[in-house]
Design a binder for this molecule. Structure first.
Ligand code: FES
Length: 109
C-alpha cells in the first residue's frame, strides 16, 4: 500500500530575500513574504485551519477568496482572521482556531 502524497506543492523555490519564518501552533514554518497565510500553510502540509464550534469538524479552507469562513484562524492572538486573505510576514504567529476562538479582551460575553 502506498503512502498518500501531498497534492499541494510549490512550483518554484522561494526566492532568496522573500523567505518569511512564522509560527504555526508552536512550530516554526517558512513561506514567502506576502503570500496568503493559507497558501504558506498548505505548502507546509497543514490541512486543518479551524474546527467547527458545535461539531468540532475540521475545516481547511474552501473558497480561498474571502467569501466563506472555512479558513478562520487565530493570527497574532486575534480570532476570526481569514488566512486566505492575510499576507504572510516575518514573525507572524498563526494558530488553529477551535470553535469561536478566543474572546476579545474586555469583550462582554
Ligand atoms: S477559504 Fe473562504 S474565506 Fe478563506
Amino acid at each position: 500500500m502506498s503512502t498518500p502524497q501531498s497534492t499541494v506543492r510549490r512550483l518554484a523555490p522561494i526566492p532568496e530575500g522573500e523567505l518569511a519564518t512564522f509560527t504555526f501552533d508552536g512550530s516554526r514554518l517558512h513561506g514567502r513574504t506576502g503570500e496568503p497565510v493559507a497558501v504558506a500553510l498548505l505548502a507546509a502540509g497543514v490541512r486543518v485551519f479551524r474546527t467547527m464550534p458545535e461539531s468540532g469538524e475540521p475545516r481547511g479552507g474552501f473558497c480561498f477568496s474571502g467569501r466563506c469562513a472555512d479558513c478562520l484562524m487565530i493570527v497574532d492572538g486575534v480570532s476570526g482572521v481569514r488566512a486566505c486573505m492575510t499576507p504572510l510576514r516575518e514573525g507572524i504567529v498563526v494558530e488553529t482556531q477551535h470553535g469561536h476562538g478566543r474572546p476579545i479582551p474586555g469583550d462582554l460575553e
